[in-house]
Write a protein that binds this ligand. Structure first.
Ligand code: HEC
Length: 259
């Protein structure tokens, strides 16, 4: 072996020996060789990682690094800011008034009778529908299908065993909006909650879009007026409406169980 490499080896061994003598024991924390390799310079959020061998600033500097920063101008806390929420229904905002039970599903369906996200004009209506469509096609379409008929790709391919709800069936055509909102909040059986995927107004935009899919099925085009709570089946001409309503009452009576 060459003399120089022998010296190198010996000095390396000495260094190793020296530092192995600095290991921590009991109350002694030990000495560290090149501490910045063991302790990252990266700041941990909300965690004061200042330590003895920190060479990048004083204790006070470090304390400052770990404080929460002031958010950018215009930052909106998810689901928190009133300004970020246009629609405002005491049943659904700021907190949802119903619990994740079948009893409350029924209550929500009965009590939430209209969509609080009311478009102001045609342009706004188009915007809300476009947003609803986009979100629907991200979060719901794989199961409920493009047309809302429950024949999404996952179900069609047999990957997903449970039949997703068919929004074009009678029970959903006639249901109040609450049934949809509740399903988005908590899911149902194998459908999981989507409350964390969609903000308050986004959920309502999706429901507007589902209504427009239903309109495409029934032939009653979903319009600004319908989106603002005007009931379906209300013809312009008053007389017709009265006649229709009267006819409905008669029909209803027919269906009444005979006592
Ligand atoms: C992974 C598949 C899947 C996705 C994604 C999904 N659903 Fe569902 N959904 C289902 C299934 C399955 C049911 C039927 C549950 C049952 O009745 O047991 C259902 C039921 C429903 C119901 C009916 C609840 C009731 O009261 O009977 C509504 C409304 C609904 N989903 C809305 C949505 C909306 C809105 C989205 C998107 C934000 C969505 N779902 C995303 C699978 C899904």
């Amino acid at each position: 072996m060459k003399r120089s490499s022998l010296i190198n080896l010996l000095s390396f061994a000495t260094i190793v020996l020296l530092f192995s003598a600095c290991l921590s024991k009991d109350n002694f924390t030990g000495r560290e060789y090149m501490p910045d390799m063991a302790h990252s310079i990266a700041y941990e959020a909300n965690q004061n990682t200042y330590y003895l061998f920190n060479h990048w600033g004083s204790k006070e500097d470090y304390q400052k690094f770990v404080q929460p920063r002031t958010p950018q101008d215009g930052t909106v806390a998810f689901g928190r800011s009133k300004e970020a929420v246009r629609s405002n229904s005491p049943l659904t905002y700021p907190r949802y008034a119903f619990a994740n039970t079948e009893e409350d599903r029924t209550k929500a369906t009965e009590m939430i009778t209209s969509n609080p996200l009311k478009p102001t004009d045609k342009a706004d209506f188009d915007k809300v529908l476009a947003q609803g469509k986009e979100l629907y096609e991200i979060y719901c379409v794989s199961c409920h299908g493009k047309a809302g008929d429950g024949n999404g790709k996952l179900y069609e391919l047999g990957v997903y065993p449970a039949a997703p709800a068919n929004f074009l069936s009678d029970q959903f055509l006639t249901s109040n909006d609450g049934r949809f909102y509740h399903a988005i909040m908590y899911g149902k059986n194998v459908m999981l909650s989507h409350a964390d995927k969609l903000s308050h107004d986004e959920r309502w935009a999706v429901i507007h879009y589902i209504r427009s899919l239903q309109g495409a099925k029934t032939g009653v085009e979903y319009s600004l007026e319908l989106a603002n709570g005007q009931k379906v089946n209300k013809p312009e001409n008053k007389e017709g409406e009265d006649k229709k309503d009267a006819a409905k009452v008669e029909k209803k009576d027919d269906k009444m169980p005979k006592k």
